[in-house]
Design a protein around this ligand. Structure first.
Ligand SMILES: [Zn+2]
Length: 354
């Protein structure tokens, strides 16, 4: 096996907690010696960021609002010409730079849904999602290196440049025409790519087997593809990896959400905890009564959609999710705009209001 689950978890927490971004942010942002002494003494408890329990004073100083809305973006094709569903590498590079400049920090779909939004204090989460496993998303060159103009190449370059982790969630097809959209094309590299993605901290999810329209399919066919796509991906990735999210092809939903939630086809049981739609809206916080994990809305990663989605937060700063830097607590102002809903469930975390 290329990796074990333990190694994967270790890698993710290494990136999130102990990696460069976390250490550099307090140094750059804080003028006290406290953060640098923490670093130099090599505090054994790296999982407590930045230090001590969250208080309402600290949450207020940060301006934390973990009841705020989250930006979820969807991409499809990457190629040299920009079209409705195609982003050029150049424009995608600009998107990544823009998001960083505007204070966004990437998380995976599974982290959004579980409330494990582990990003530096003051930052806002952004979820980058990729549908259809097209070759431009992840291409390997003949010499074995990642194509620097593929989406993964661009994101990994941003990680190497510092100040960001690598999450993003990929929704793969398994049996489609054109064949090049079966797990990013390059048939002999499919398993390697899936394992690399997971190893580097990305998420792999289902897009059904054949890009099935779940609103039109029979319940039996829907159940079959929901089961098979999950189990095929899990078997290819190995190491106990669990596929927990699905991007709904065409944004079309089956008659009942219960078909998505769980089911059984022959000897395969399946379950999904997150579903991605193509409705363009800002996603409610996972801690809000408005959050519907099987109906996560997404903005297109293209012009003018992305710029408008970011502008919404400039026009309405009180609606934006701002992290307190501590994934184990939920911090938010005592009074919230009605649009954000009510605190529904802190997913097992203590709540700090100010
Ligand atoms: Zn699709």
């Amino acid at each position: 096996m290329a990796f074990a689950v333990g190694a994967f978890v270790g890698l993710v927490s290494g990136l999130a907690f102990g990696g460069e971004p976390d250490l550099s942010t307090p140094k750059a942002a804080a003028d006290t010696t406290e953060s640098s002494s923490d670093v130099s003494t090599g505090s054994p408890d790296e999982s407590v960021a930045p230090s001590g329990p969250m208080t309402s004073d600290r949450a207020q100083a940060i301006g934390a609002n973990e009841m705020g809305q989250v930006l979820v973006i969807m991409y499809h094709l990457f190629d040299s010409e920009e079209t409705e569903w195609t982003r050029t590498p150049e424009n995608f590079r600009k998107d990544i730079a823009l998001l960083k400049k505007e204070g966004f920090y990437p998380v995976n779909v599974r982290d959004l849904v579980s409330g494990n939004i582990d990003i530096p204090a003051g930052k806002s989460p952004v979820v980058l999602t990729f549908d259809d496993s097209s070759p431009g998303q992840y291409r390997v060159l003949e010499n074995g290196s990642i194509d620097p103009n593929s989406a993964v190449g661009i994101m990994q370059a941003a990680v190497d440049a510092g100040g960001s982790a690598s999450p993003g969630s990929f929704y793969c097809l398994l049996d489609v025409v054109p064949k090049e959209r079966v797990i990013f094309g390059q048939e002999d590299r499919q398993q390697e790519k899936l394992r690399n993605l997971v190893d580097w901290g990305y998420e792999v999810g289902s897009h059904t087997v054949t890009h099935l329209n779940l609103a039109k399919a029979s319940t039996q066919e829907a159940t079959k593809q929901l089961a098979q796509s999950q189990s095929i991906l899990e078997n290819l990735i190995g190491g106990g990896y669990e596929v927990t999210s699905i991007a709904l092809p065409f944004g079309e939903y089956p008659e009942s959400d219960s078909i998505l939630k769980n089911g059984r086809y022959e000897d395969i049981t399946y379950a999904y905890t997150a579903g991605l739609s193509i409705k363009e809206a800002h996603c409610p916080s996972p801690f809000s009564t408005k959050f519907k994990p099987l109906h996560i809305p997404r903005f297109r990663g293209s012009d003018p959609h992305l710029a408008q989605a970011i502008k919404h937060f400039k026009d309405n700063p009180g609606l934006r999710y701002i992290s307190d830097g501590d994934p184990t607590t939920v911090s938010a102002p005592a009074e919230l705009p009605e649009a954000l809903g009510q605190l529904s469930d802190a997913l097992g975390r203590p709540v700090v209001r100010y």
